[in-house]
Design a protein around this ligand. Structure first.
Ligand SMILES: *[C@@H]1O[C@H](CO)[C@@H](O)[C@H](O)[C@H]1NC(C)=O
Ligand SMILES: *[C@@H]1O[C@H](CO)[C@@H](O)[C@H](O)[C@H]1NC(C)=O
Ligand SMILES: *[C@@H]1O[C@H](CO)[C@@H](O)[C@H](O)[C@H]1NC(C)=O
Ligand SMILES: *[C@@H]1O[C@H](CO)[C@@H](O)[C@H](O)[C@H]1NC(C)=O
Ligand SMILES: *[C@@H]1O[C@H](CO)[C@@H](O)[C@H](O)[C@H]1NC(C)=O
Ligand SMILES: *[C@@H]1O[C@H](CO)[C@@H](O)[C@H](O)[C@H]1NC(C)=O
Ligand SMILES: *[C@@H]1O[C@H](CO)[C@@H](O)[C@H](O)[C@H]1NC(C)=O
Ligand SMILES: *[C@@H]1O[C@H](CO)[C@@H](O)[C@H](O)[C@H]1NC(C)=O
Ligand SMILES: *[C@@H]1O[C@H](CO)[C@@H](O)[C@H](O)[C@H]1NC(C)=O
Ligand SMILES: *[C@@H]1O[C@H](CO)[C@@H](O)[C@H](O)[C@H]1NC(C)=O
Ligand SMILES: *[C@@H]1O[C@H](CO)[C@@H](O)[C@H](O)[C@H]1NC(C)=O
Ligand SMILES: *[C@@H]1O[C@H](CO)[C@@H](O)[C@H](O)[C@H]1NC(C)=O
Length: 380
């Protein structure tokens, strides 16, 4: 045995040499039927393992630190001793488990996995990636330390187990794994409802299979106001807003303990302007009058106003960019109701109206007309 060991030892450094294989294969036929545990001794005596032979060819090393010593994932010429008989065989030690697994570029349907392996022979490794998710078991292989996984479902938890493999027969190391959620799909069909001067309700939809497990982050962005709120449902009531103000709401679906977030979808909404107050009718004549009012909202400078004129005859609306308007074409001695609505934004979000009722002046009395006529004559 000593003699053989000395003969074959140099070939360890040149693994895969034809000559060594030829010599050994002959010998190794001898043990092709062994299925029990047998001792293995490396020629340099550095390590001994117990080995179990299966199908006469696959050798799985076991025992104390069978992976790391002497070198993982490397082909060795191994000597077997049974009584006085000696033979040898080429086997691969198990590759080391991969480490530093990272999931990157995560989308709703794909992600990139990358990992490390420091084995001497790592360049020759292949990798089997076992993908485990709801309704989704499959293996893919990669000859590099990265792979793109496709055809995933959004917002779903997947477990990826990576096995390093070496040799033609793909001797596999112990797996290392990672659990990753894909991104939830963006929400859609966002609606702002029940809008008041200070509150509103947002509703949205999400169709993902796993949506029942989603939470949502709503990012609120306004002139003096940006913060996040969260919701466990596809609904949230937003409070403490300012009247007549534009807010942007961005909604992010989140899943898992680490709150993997999808891409946001958003909506822009104006709160209602406050009602006007202190309405005054001035310079009332038989046919015209001036209306004035106040609005204290911070954003009032951007408001327009719709004045709804109700009286005998057709209803009509006029608009004004200021807190003042001259109303014309009225009938004398008639009661009119003016309702004033503050409006803001391109879509003219209207506040609640405030109104006033005013009589126009009656015809000028005949006596006054004569007096004016006399006065006129005197001047002439
Ligand atoms: C191995 O097993 C086969 C069938 O099981 C048998 O024919 C053969 O003789 C065995 N070889 C040795 C070396 O025992
Ligand atoms: C291996 O060990 C045996 C006995 O334990 C010894 O006879 C032999 O010389 C050793 N071989 C090497 C290469 O050191
Ligand atoms: C081989 O296995 C036997 C029985 O399990 C055990 O007693 C022995 O220590 C093992 N040898 C090595 C080198 O692991
Ligand atoms: C070991 O050798 C003995 C006798 O030569 C033989 O009966 C036995 O089957 C062999 N064991 C193995 C595992 O080959
Ligand atoms: C992620 O995407 C970037 C840009 O396409 C690419 O450079 C990087 O290699 C990707 N990451 C992985 C692990 O493939
Ligand atoms: C892998 O190799 C790098 C560089 O040689 C080293 O810094 C790192 O500690 C090694 N990692 C492991 C797990 O062996
Ligand atoms: C990879 O395998 C080839 C033959 O398949 C061999 O020549 C080469 O030395 C191996 N590389 C390493 C790093 O072991
Ligand atoms: C993945 O590969 C392993 C090992 O080859 C096998 O046992 C398993 O059944 C495969 N799983 C699927 C879903 O193909
Ligand atoms: C791979 O396994 C087959 C049978 O399972 C065996 O015939 C072949 O010799 C093995 N190849 C290597 C390189 O071990
Ligand atoms: C959501 O589901 C409905 C009905 O199943 C479908 O019509 C609609 O296209 C889906 N929307 C999205 C964005 O997937
Ligand atoms: C929601 O999560 C729980 C565990 O957190 C899981 O058991 C359940 O299957 C998930 N629901 C869906 C629809 O995936
Ligand atoms: C809202 O949440 C996001 C993500 O957690 C964070 O980056 C951002 O700073 C938060 N904004 C505010 C105003 O708290």
């Amino acid at each position: 045995m000593r003699r053989l060991a000395q003969v074959f030892f140099p070939f360890l450094l040149y693994l895969g040499k034809i000559k060594a294989i030829a010599t050994c294969d002959k010998e190794c036929n001898f043990i092709s039927n062994i299925t029990e545990t047998t001792s293995i001794q490396l020629p340099d005596n550095s390590t001994k393992w117990n080995a179990t032979f299966q199908n006469g060819s696959n050798v799985h090393l076991s025992g104390n630190d069978s992976i790391s010593g002497p070198h993982p994932g490397v082909q060795y010429l191994v000597y077997f001793k049974n009584g006085t008989k000696i033979c040898c065989k080429y086997i691969f030690t198990k590759p080391s488990p991969v480490f530093d697994i990272k999931a990157e570029n995560i989308t709703t349907k794909t992600l990139d996995l990358k990992w490390e392996n420091n084995d001497t022979n790592a360049l020759n490794n292949t990798y089997r990636i076992h993908i485990d998710g709801p309704g989704h078991l499959r293996n893919i292989t990669s000859s590099t330390t990265y792979v793109q996984i496709i055809q995933l479902d959004p917002g779903t938890l997947y477990r990826f187990e990576i096995y390093a493999q070496v040799g033609d027969n793909k001797t596999e190391g112990e797996p290392k794994g990672i659990e990753v959620y894909t991104k939830p799909s963006p929400v859609y069909d966002i609606k702002a409802e029940s809008i008041t001067t200070k509150t509103l309700e947002l509703r949205w939809e999400n169709n993902d299979t796993n949506a029942v497990n989603y939470t949502y982050r709503i990012h609120i962005d306004g002139p003096s106001h940006w913060h996040n709120i969260t919701s466990n449902t596809t609904y949230v009531r937003v409070i403490q807003l300012d009247p007549g103000t534009l807010y942007r709401f961005e909604i992010y679906a989140q899943v898992g303990d680490n709150k993997t977030e999808g891409d946001p979808n958003g909506t822009d909404v104006y709160t209602k302007p406050s009602p006007v107050f202190d309405i005054k009718a001035e310079n009332i004549t038989t046919k015209t009058l001036d209306l004035k009012w106040e609005n204290n909202d911070t954003n009032a400078v951007n408001y327009t106003y719709r004045i709804h004129i109700g009286g005998p005859g057709p209803l009509r609306n006029i608009t004004s960019n200021t807190t003042y308007v001259r109303v014309i074409q009225l009938d004398p001695g008639t009661l009119y109701r003016f309702e004033i609505y503050a409006q803001v934004g391109d879509n003219k979000t209207e506040g609640d109206p405030k109104g006033t009722e005013v009589y126009t002046s009656k015809y000028i009395k005949l006596r006054d007309v004569m007096y004016i006529t006399l006065l006129h004559k005197e001047i002439i």
